[in-house]
Design a protein around this ligand. Structure first.
Ligand code: G6P
Length: 489
């Protein structure tokens, strides 16, 4: 029934990502409560007007029984979502293991797990097998829902094996793959035991996209050095077949943030925050509690700043929102305790009976509270050790139309390539440099702040998520037409 409905005049776009843009909570044997997340990808795809979008992904819950599965499929269909059911063991080995304990740290230059080489090698193989199996399961669901002519867009490091699985099932499928993380230097990628298999699988796609030109270049170098293939200005060639490789920097739905300030809820939150922190400059960090975000390093830099600038101690506050993530992975659990310990120590050292220098929250904020927080901030600290793009920096800029606060931005975030001229760029590993940048930002004259903000505001409002998605999909279509022309010649 869904298939018939969807074959209207518009072509269909099947978006395949590890996670659906919906979180599902079971309310009974056959009843589910769904909550939509209006995250980056969802708003991006609103811009792809010529396509009807369907989502395929894991619902984030284990549903072992058929009644529950059928009920969830029905509930999700109303949201144009199609679930892939993964059991607990697969989730453990594929998602917690191969995706988040191997690929994620490696792609962010944190290396492979090192505890016990032998044990790692053994579990590495079983995790890679689970990864391939999970990707096959995604491919089966795509195959079941695919109608000739559909465009299939695969997302992220969870699904590097998917383009190959899809093309094996249907050579004519139009397949694009986009990586939301950095793609590391080929010297890093070549340490991965499954390096060649993963590269070859990705190359089965027609178009491969990255956030920055550097990531695309690293990918092409990995294919030439590790697989011995030929890199061309268009991409990678293997026996006459070209896989297009290009950069497509993502953006945000900037209008959604700008319009939020018309809402009374946002104005109320702002009023409260201004009263609460009156007389103090507000510094802000908003990150998932992930080792790539450099939260301990950021807090240590703030400590150094307070240490060296006693006159600022009661005049500045750091609000750090740390959203818990991947809490089943031991590395993430260790990080949480580490951050708590550092925050406690610094608050003990510089706090007074009435105020503390760091407010640390282990949770997310709703959209309205977040917009208000961005708007009252004087200095935002985005100091990731590595980051594919980092859209917090974009959101902050979109919410600063009146205040024109300063963005301190890691040179290792993809966003540094687009917001570098307006932000203060820092090496997040260099605590002394970040501490002195905090001082520079807090003392920056208004005309310099305005100039820097203007540069970034123009970029953020003209390079939106909608434009990103529309460009990728139209490029994918063009790539396929060009390939057809080439084979006919
Ligand atoms: C990064 C990844 C996304 C992922 C998100 C949240 O941004 O690129 O693919 O969905 O982190 O992580 P989680 O593991 O909770 O899905």
């Amino acid at each position: 029934c869904e298939r018939q409905d969807s074959r209207t005049s518009r072509e269909r776009l099947l978006v395949v990502a590890n996670r659906l843009p919906v979180s599902a909570v079971r309310r009974g044997v056959d009843s589910w409560h769904l909550e939509i997340s209006v995250g980056g990808l969802v708003s991006a795809l609103l811009g792809v007007k010529e396509f009807e979008t369907r989502w395929i992904g894991w619902a984030g819950v284990n549903v072992p029984d058929e009644i529950g599965q059928r009920a969830l499929i029905k509930a999700l269909a109303e949201k144009r979502c199609i679930p892939v059911f993964l059991d607990e063991e697969i989730v453990h080995q594929y998602y917690n293991g191969y995706c988040n304990n191997i690929l994620w740290p490696l792609f962010h230059y944190l290396g492979l797990p090192q505890e016990d080489r032998l044990a790692t090698t053994r579990s590495f193989q079983s995790q890679f097998d689970a990864y391939k199996k999970a990707n096959q399961m995604f491919a089966e669901v795509v195959k079941e829902h695919y109608v000739e002519g559909d465009v299939v867009w695969c997302h992220d490091y969870h699904l590097m094996f998917l383009p190959k699985c899809l093309k094996e099932r249907n050579r004519k499928m139009k397949v694009g793959w986009f990586l939301h993380t950095p793609f590391p230097s080929s010297e890093i990628h070549r340490t991965l035991p499954s390096r060649s298999e993963l590269l070859r699988s990705v190359l089965a796609a027609d178009l491969v996209g990255f956030h920055t030109y550097d990531y695309a270049r690293h990918f092409v170098s990995a294919c030439t050095r590790i697989l011995g293939l030929e890199g061309t200005p268009e991409g990678v060639e293997d026996q006459g077949r070209l896989t297009r490789v290009a950069a497509f920097p993502i953006g945000i739905d900037s209008d959604r943030f700008i319009r939020a300030f018309e809402l009374p809820q946002v104005q109320d939150h702002m009023k409260e925050l201004k009263e609460r922190f009156a007389g103090r400059k507000v510094m802000l960090g908003v990150d998932r509690l992930d080792m790539i975000k450099g939260i301990p390093q950021k807090i240590l830099a703030f400590e150094k700043f307070l240490e060296e600038n006693p006159n600022w101690r009661d005049k500045v506050v750091l609000l750090q929102i740390a959203v818990p993530t991947r809490t089943d992975v031991p590395e993430y659990q260790k990080l949480t305790s580490q951050v708590h310990e550092i925050v406690g120590r610094i608050n003990g050292r510089f706090g007074t009976l009435t105020a503390v220098p760091i407010h640390h929250l282990d949770r997310s904020l709703d959209f309205h509270a977040l917009c208000a927080l961005y708007a009252v901030t004087d200095v935002a600290l985005v100091t990731s050790l590595r980051d594919g793009m980092n859209l917090v920096s974009y959101e902050f800029v979109a919410c600063q139309a009146s205040k024109k606060g300063v963005l301190i931005l890691s040179e290792f975030a993809g966003a540094a390539q687009s917001l570098g001229a307006g932000a203060i760029l820092v090496n997040p590993w260099n605590v002394t440099e970040v501490a002195s940048s905090i001082g520079y930002a807090l003392n920056m004259p208004a005309d310099e702040r305005e100039k820097r903000h203007h540069h970034n505001f123009v970029h953020v409002t003209t390079h939106t998520s909608q434009e990103w998605a529309a460009t990728f999909v139209s490029e994918l279509n063009d790539t396929i037409v060009e390939a057809q022309l080439r084979t006919r010649q």
